[in-house]
Design a binder for this molecule. Structure first.
Ligand code: MLT
Length: 301
C-alpha cells in the first residue's frame, strides 16, 4: 500500500522523514491521501475525493475549513504543544521589549552617525522602562503555551493570574503552584500590568480585547498578542494607546493599521519559527497522519 502526502508551506524535512517507506511526498499531488499544512489558508481549496486527513503543523486551525472537512469526513489534526516552547520564548521576549524600550533604543542608536559612544550615554535617559519582576501578568488561555508562559513568568518573579473558560486551573497540565486562578476576564483586565493572549481564534473569541475590555484595564497596561490578530480590535487598541490606557501593544500579526504606529511593536508571525519547533510540529503531524492512514486511529498529540 502506498500513500500520497501533499505538503503546503515549509514543512520540516526532519519531521517528514517520519513517513518512511510507502509514502510519496508530492507538493503538487492532485489526489493526495493527506495534506500537511503550516499557515496557508485552505478555505478556498477544493478537496479531492481521495483526501482523508489534513494535519496543521501548528496550534491554530483557523486556516482550515473545519465544517467543510466534517461534512466530507476529512479528519483534521493540529499539533498541540509542539511549538509551545518557541512561542513561550517569544512571549517572554515580547514582554521585555514592551517594557524596556529596546526597539526604540535600537532604532535611535542606529540613527546616530557621529560621536556614537558619547551620544548613547547622553541619550539613554529617554529609554527608561520598568522591570517585569513583581508585576502582574494575566494569561488568557491555559493550553500548552499559556501554561509554559505562566510557569516561566512565575520564575521571573511575576505574579501570574491565569484564565481559561474550558480548563480548570488545577487540571491545566504542569501549571506551577505560583499561578492564581482568575474567575473571569474582568479580574484579569482589572488587575494585570501585562496581558498575554493564548487562545484559539473563532467567532466566540474574535475581538476579545475591544474598547469595553480596555476600559476595564489598568492605565499603562501592556498587551502581548502572539495568538491571532483578530483577537484584538485594531482601532480600539490604537485608541487605548492614544488615551494612555495601553502603554504598548506587541503583536506578531502586523497589518497596515498597526505598522509604524506609536506604542505598537509589530514583528512578523515568528512565534513558532525555531528549527526545534518546526521539527516537532512536522514530526507530530507526520505521526498522526501515518497512524490514521494505516490504522484509522485518531491521536491528536
Ligand atoms: C500556530 O498556530 O501554532 C502558529 O500559527 C504556528 C506557525 O507559525 O506556523
Amino acid at each position: 500500500m502506498s500513500y500520497t502526502i501533499k505538503t503546503l508551506n515549509k514543512i520540516s524535512p526532519k519531521g517528514l522523514s517520519k513517513f518512511g517507506e510507502g509514502y510519496v511526498l508530492d507538493d503538487n499531488a492532485a489526489n493526495p491521501d493527506a495534506i500537511l499544512v503550516r499557515s496557508a489558508s485552505l478555505h478556498e481549496v477544493e478537496f479531492p475525493e481521495s483526501l482523508l486527513s489534513i494535519a496543521r503543523a501548528g496550534a491554530g486551525v483557523n486556516n482550515i475549513p473545519i465544517d467543510k472537512c466534517a461534512e466530507k469526513g476529512i479528519v483534521v489534526f493540529n499539533t498541540p504543544g509542539a511549538n509551545a516552547n518557541a512561542v513561550k520564548e517569544l512571549a517572554i521576549a515580547a514582554m521585555l521589549i514592551s517594557s524596556r524600550k529596546i526597539v526604540d533604543g535600537i532604532n535611535w542608536a542606529n540613527s546616530l552617525t557621529e560621536n556614537v559612544a558619547k551620544e548613547v550615554e547622553k541619550g539613554k535617559a529617554q529609554f527608561v522602562g520598568p522591570e517585569i519582576e513583581g508585576k502582574v501578568l494575566g494569561v488568557i488561555g491555559l493550553g500548552a503555551i499559556g501554561v509554559l508562559i505562566s510557569n516561566a513568568a512565575v520564575n521571573l518573579g511575576m505574579e501570574v493570574l491565569g484564565y481559561d473558560p474550558y480548563i480548570s486551573i488545577d487540571a491545566a497540565w504542569g501549571l506551577s503552584r505560583g499561578v492564581k486562578k482568575a474567575p473571569d476576564l474582568k479580574t484579569i483586565f482589572e488587575q494585570a500590568d501585562y496581558i498575554t493572549l493564548h487562545m484559539p481564534y473563532n467567532e466566540k473569541t474574535k475581538g476579545t480585547l475591544n474598547a469595553a475590555a480596555f476600559a476595564q484595564m489598568k492605565d499603562g497596561v501592556r498587551i502581548i498578542n502572539l495568538s491571532r490578530g483578530e483577537l484584538v480590535v485594531d482601532e480600539d487598541v490604537l485608541a487605548a494607546i492614544e488615551s494612555g490606557k495601553v502603554s504598548t501593544y506587541v503583536t506578531d500579526f502586523p497589518n497596515e493599521k498597526l505598522i509604524n504606529k506609536p506604542g505598537v511593536i509589530t514583528i512578523p508571525h515568528l512565534g513558532a519559527s525555531t528549527p526545534e519547533s518546526e521539527d516537532n510540529c512536522a514530526e507530530m503531524a507526520a505521526k498522526q497522519t501515518k497512524l490514521y492512514l494505516e490504522t484509522g486511529n485518531i491521536k491528536n498529540s
